[in-house]
Design a protein around this ligand. Sequence first.
Ligand code: WTA
Length: 663
Amino acid sequence: MTHKESPVEEISATASKTTDQNGAGKSAQQKFYLPPEELAQNSNIMAYAREKGFASVDELYQWTIQNPQQFWGEMATRFLDWYQPWNHVLDESQAPFYKWFTRATTNIVHNAIERHANGANRDKTALIWESEQGEVRRFTYAEFAAEVNRFANVLKSQGVKRGDIVTVYLSRVPELLFAMHAIVKLGALHSVVYGGFSTDALHSRILDAKSRVVITGDGGWMNNKIVELKKITDAAVDEAGEVVEHVIVVRRTGHDVMIKEGRDVWYHELAAQPGMDEPCATEQMDAEDPMFLLYTSGSTGTPKGLVHSCGGYQVQVATTLSFTFDIKPDDVYWCTADPGWITGHSYIVYGPMILGATQVMYEGAPTYPNPGRWWEIAQKYGVTIIYTAPTAVRSLMRFGDDVPAQYDLSKLRLLGSVGEPINPEAWRWYHRVVGQNRCPIMDTWWQTETGAFMITPNPTTPLKPGSGTKPFLGIEADVLTEEGQPARQSDDGLLVIKRPWPSMLRTIHGDPQRYVDTYWSRLPGLYTAGDSARRDEDGYFWVIGRIDDVIKVSGYRLGTAEVESALVSHPAVAEAAAIGLPHELKGNAIHTFVILRQGYEATDALAEELRKHVGKEMGPIARPEAVNFVPNLPKTRSGKIMRRVLKARSLGLPEGDLSTLEG
Ligand code: WTA
């Protein structure tokens, strides 16, 4: 290898409490990993601190907390253009329905694409896309803009207009990005459904959003197999009844699919019609107009469409990406997430493009055709920043240090992690073997709801493996007891955000009361995240995990209710419960408990059939690890399944307060 070893300085810090799953405060050897001095000094965030006359990012942070509106206002002009300026940065009069940048007008597509396509970045590479099979497609900002413009004209020809909600169900191809931008260009909202989900998830989301237009593909590639996107779409659209009028089909695999006359149209045929390359106007949106819906799992089975806004969303996405991942003009950035999840929305589809960055997107599985595929991609394109999930780090770590060592990763300068707590062992491996002791790891804590990073290191932060360190500029977070008191140092408590932030969700589609109840009612005036966390003696945050009915499997967010409803849709199942239990690679795995209907026998074959059934209904990621047949389920007197009792029993832990348990 060509690079130098270990320029990292490590200093011992004081010991704190003993072990837990995260390694939070793990005994004596706890260390800070200091970022390389040059990286810290030359970072975008440090440049801003100096501009403001501060000697450190800590001082800058204090100022942003005292002057949040001034700070976010400065960010809004630093990173974005606006058609009309705002009259207030924040309007709190209808809390918790906060409004940001009131009366300003904007469109993220102008900021992410058009100003680059018409400016100095015109011929700069925006996107390098590589398929699993090794095909490569590259787009400059000008080419990207032309694709988006054409897609927008096609959508317009199908009647899409401002305020419509278009459901998008595609694999990880550039057309997914074009489609999303095209929808937003027209002032419509996208609702992207992850291409790994299946009929049930797609159908319920189409229905809730009442999408008249759905964009899908004939299929997608994953692990050298075709994912039957069109077949799944057909079933979902049929189930959704009369709602869907047009299905636009992007050709990708080229295999035979059904095209329903009068409903389905090939994208490439529409795009070839006259006039599709004419300029299509970009709608000027109010900052508070909704920009997109993203469905996510919550405590009940009904889909929860989180609504994000046109203005504040882009401000925080751009600011966090610039100050955390330190994007510079010659960086080659690679976020391995799927564009169908919030990480992909914020940090593939929009963030990097607002900043005029060059990014890599890879369609397939990390280990196809061999476990070096990711490192080969990083070498080939000279990737400087990798942003991925702990589950990927853990699974690649299994193949040993030798695999990354075969590739030249010397261009890498920063690494990132998201989606679940990263265990210190995986963190250290990522830091030592991938980052060659040179690249700080940005362990970013945030949520679909928050839209952008909330707790994260920056390139000047001394790191501790497994901790997201401290809140981002302008963000105030805390760990509180159930009663709303500050939790004692190193005690678990509820992770809360103490004030609104620009990229926060604005409401839940069609159910504003649920927005208030879910996020703003547990502790009045505060946003409760649904995570438990603790703070150590240095004020560093350690996120422990979900405390509600969300299960994070390989970083993917799933709901117990969705798994349970998939199970009871099988004729053999009378009742079902799902819980998450720790899993070495996946972080958590789904374990289920099933009461059978009369006449069905508890056999291994049936357990296997049920696992497959959930996989088919919801998508492969939701396939349970285990199906346990049980005669009854622990329930409260009001009939609610006590999942925490199942969890405690499975882990051999005390079952806690059972006073509400039935009989
Ligand atoms: C978890 C993903 C620890 C957390 C962006 C949160 C994390 C949920 C981290 C949101 C992290 C995300 N460390 N836990 N760095 N990042 N989480 O909506 O439980 O898919 O509440 O958004 O993921 O998941 P979501």
